[in-house]
Design a protein around this ligand. Sequence first.
Ligand code: SAH
Ligand code: SF4
Length: 396
Amino acid sequence: MKRLPLGTEPVLASDFRKEGAETIPPRSIVGLSLDEITERLAEIGVPEKQCKMRSKQIWQWIYLKGVKSFEEMKNLPRKLKSQLEEAFGFARPQIIEALISKDGTRKWLMKFPDGNEVETVFIPEKDRGTLCISSQVGCTLTCRFCHTGTQRLVRNLSAEEIIMQFMVARDDIGEWDKEDAGRLVTTIVLMGMGEPLYNFDNVSRAMKTLMDDNGINLGRRRITLSTSGVVPEIYRCGEELGVNLAISLHAVNDKTRSEIMPINKKYPIADLLKACKDYAGLRNSRKITFEYVMIKDVNDSADDARELVRLLRSYNIPAKVNLIPFNPWPGSDYERSSGNRVKRFSEIIFDSGISAPIRSTRGEDILAACGQLKSVSEKRRKSEILKEKKAAELSR
Ligand code: SAH
Ligand code: SF4
């Protein structure tokens, strides 16, 4: 593991507060839609006729050029720049830690002005790269195999905070000036901390910003939303966003699934698979990914594999399966299935004509692998507390 020099100087929202002004930072311009910016410009006195043109210019500076201050927006008049500085915040989150794994995986720990922290992971591959974005601080669901689910403190991330994870990655990897073809962050997966469908309003707003063709212009096929199965929101996600869908299935019968994923008691497998079938129907049979964490002696038998095939067939869902060997974390109840078991499971599904690759574990040395997010910030906090205690003792 090596520590990266931080490419992004943290700029705190507080830096934008005017002396003597109220302590609440002005609302960030990141997270507003193009139309909302246009409206807000009118409100701060920009002549009506110019608002649309100006908001587009601002949008392009933010999302095409990646500038970090209004001052850098060269084609805006000085007066407008100072009006914008008065009216809006425009701050990158503070980067507490930027780690790079021996396999090239990167992880950033970001801190927002209220002290909450989230992790974002970048997984480079040969000719593409995937950014794994968090949607919540922690998660209210308590899947038994997942480290994030053990975090007590939970809050939704704002649209701004979700978008910022992308911006920080692009800053740090140095991608703003590159042509599309040379860029490494090619796809986004909402597979970091949190349940994106429990924060759908903000996730949707953020994804629409990233998809907007005046700016970052990420196609909806380059975005995958992963959910533990919040059935009613799956329908909404299909209608509003139409991004790729990944389902954390992890078991083939309600008994086991409810045991390891309590949300199954509310939305059992039959309801979940019906929603998946309808989702695929909405989008011309685009394949739905079923994630399946391989846990020793819990869900990894050959019979489980055959039942999985039967289920996907009986609902007639265009599907691919992603097998994830369980990643242990300190205090976890389970063990990873043996290599042979995982292989056998994968073969049975492949033999039925459904693709079922085994996901290689990336970034394990920096605790960036699936289900491991949370630990570093907790550890850091504990070590900080110790440090503070020692300092307090010394100064006594
Ligand atoms: N809350 C969403 C998004 C998180 S995605 C969801 O559950 O789908 C993270 C993926 O990693 C999910 O498929 C999750 O089930 C899986 N995961 C969680 N803990 C894991 C662990 N310990 N080992 C392997 N995968 C895990
Ligand atoms: Fe939350 Fe997903 Fe982890 Fe379950 S697997 S606790 S839904 S983040």
